[in-house]
Design a protein around this ligand. Structure first.
Ligand SMILES: Cc1ncc(COP(=O)(O)O)c(C=O)c1O
Length: 462
């Protein structure tokens, strides 16, 4: 309040409209304590460029008040930018309608076609479509024979379901910390967590950047461990020329609505081993030797139940939604890459640690753009920044509050933040900006301008 008034009185020429905005903001902020250093900070040095990026910083106006402090939101409520919105066009709609009209909506020929086309895209010998990314990981663990009495190494920095899948398989998760800049599991910490009970390493290619697979595969090979890749973020990713999902024993993909291919819910397991693939297929449908489509085509009699399997199959409606998206997956990747580069260039002057560059022989899937907030310079918490973006009608995400901080895992395993300092650091600072192939340049400008005005505002108020 005091700071706002000071800003008004510092002899600058403000338009009547801006004066009204400032007055409204001052009223709104009456209950908010603003640091007594506010005035001094208004004249302080401009922010330093983020260390990992280069390029031009965003030009900011002195009078650019964020919506949370009474300014006009960069977007109207009606035009709110939805985080992770899928790109569903006429081709997807037509494909789903055609499937519905065919009256074969469950597991059927479109699922088989999607499996074949996804396998071709990935260069995988085998692909098994399932009902979700979580189902894919669970199934891969079970099909690889991992269960009670086994331990599985997994990252602390991931979505809970990566680790839930280990629990559901009946095994014990052993969490390992991440690298602070890539968010991926730290290969140097894996070996010390291996015990005689360890059966597998479950890696997650966070945000679309592949883990350091060479040392991980070397450890796995030397210690006789299975490797499962959680590729929920990594459909288009490569590590030193090798496709994500084909470096270990099984690669698990998600087609959740925010993913690079979205089927409402869906997943896929790719594998190089024919026997593993056969087991995945059987386990994904009740442990039956023939699916409904084969029974429909070949007559109703021919199946046996050979295992107590799961109901994890994909449906033809989901596959119909996926097929046109798969055709455009590279085109969408190109667009997200462009947006990524624009963010890198234009967020460079803000108190953010931007994602590190990718090696020239590897390929980032550009699934999540996740700068770290340099909280020490910002003068606001991550939650305040998110609330301020919300007021600008920009939807953002957090990927993730790490697993060791979730109450269930804290309680069950007694994890503390000190056990995972890097994941804790990242988890407190990370923020995911909208990154969708459907975004226009104008949308991208809005995100940049909103974040810039907010960070500048809090810095000035600190
Ligand atoms: C890293 C990671 N693993 C696993 C999953 C689970 O995928 P699904 O939601 O398709 O079950 C997700 C989904 O958000 C994820 O981001």
């Amino acid at each position: 309040m005091k700071g706002i008034r000071l800003a008004c009185l510092r002899g600058k020429e403000y338009s009547p409209k801006y004066t009204r905005v400032l007055t409204a903001a001052a009223n709104k902020l009456r209950s908010i304590t603003i640091s007594k250093h506010y005035e001094a900070n208004l004249t302080s040095e401009p922010m330093k460029p983020a260390p990992l990026a280069s390029g031009h910083s965003v030009p900011l106006q002195d009078n650019d008040l964020p919506a949370i402090a009474g300014g006009t939101p960069v977007r109207s409520r009606e035009a709110r930018l939805v985080f992770g919105a899928p790109v569903i066009g006429e081709a997807e709609i037509a494909s789903v309608v055609e499937c519905l009209r065919s009256r074969w909506i469950g597991l059927g020929p479109r699922v088989e076609q999607f499996e074949q086309e996804f396998a071709r895209y990935k260069g995988a010998p085998y692909a098994a479509a399932v009902s979700s990314g979580t189902a894919a990981i669970h199934l891969a663990l079970v099909a690889l024979g991992i269960g009670a009495g086994d331990e599985v190494i997994a990252p602390a920095m991931t979505f809970c379901s990566t680790v839930h899948a280990i629990i559901h398989a009946g095994a014990q998760p052993v969490l390992v910390d991440c690298d602070r800049s890539t968010f991926d599991i730290d290969p140097d910490l894996i070996e010390r967590n291996i015990t005689p009970r360890t059966k597998a390493i479950l890696v997650v290619h966070m945000c679309g950047r592949c883990c350091e697979m060479d040392p991980i595969l070397e450890i796995a090979h030397r210690r006789g461990l299975r490797v499962i890749e959680d590729c929920a973020h990594a459909i288009e990713a490569m590590y030193r020329g090798r496709p994500a999902g084909l470096m270990g024993d099984a690669g698990c993909f998600s087609f959740y609505p925010t993913k690079n291919i979205a089927t409402c819910d869906g997943g896929m397991v790719i594998a190089r081993d024919q026997e593993l693939h056969r087991r995945l297929k059987v386990l994904s449908l009740h442990g039956m030797t023939a699916d409904a489509w084969s029974r429909f085509v070949g007559g109703p009699t021919g199946y046996e139940v050979v295992e107590a399997g799961f109901k994890y199959n994909m449906t033809d409606v989901a596959a119909a939604l996926a097929l046109p998206q798969l055709e455009r997956v590279e085109q969408h990747w190109q667009r997200r890459k462009q947006i990524w580069e624009t963010y890198n260039e234009r967020l460079a002057g803000l108190p953010l640690l931007l994602p590190p560059p990718t090696e020239s022989t590897s390929r980032h899937a550009h699934h999540l753009y996740t700068p770290l907030l340099v909280l020490e310079q910002i003068g606001a918490s991550r939650e305040q920044i998110i609330a301020a973006l919300d007021a600008e009608n920009i939807g953002v995400g957090i990927h993730y509050v790490p697993v060791h901080q979730q109450p269930y895992y804290r309680k069950r395993f007694g994890f503390t933040n000190a056990d995972f300092p890097a994941a804790t650091f990242v988890g407190e600072r990370t923020i995911s900006l909208p990154l969708s192939a459907g975004m226009s340049n104008h949308d991208v400008d809005d995100v940049i301008n909103a974040l810039a005005r907010i960070l500048r505002y809090y810095k000035a108020a600190a």
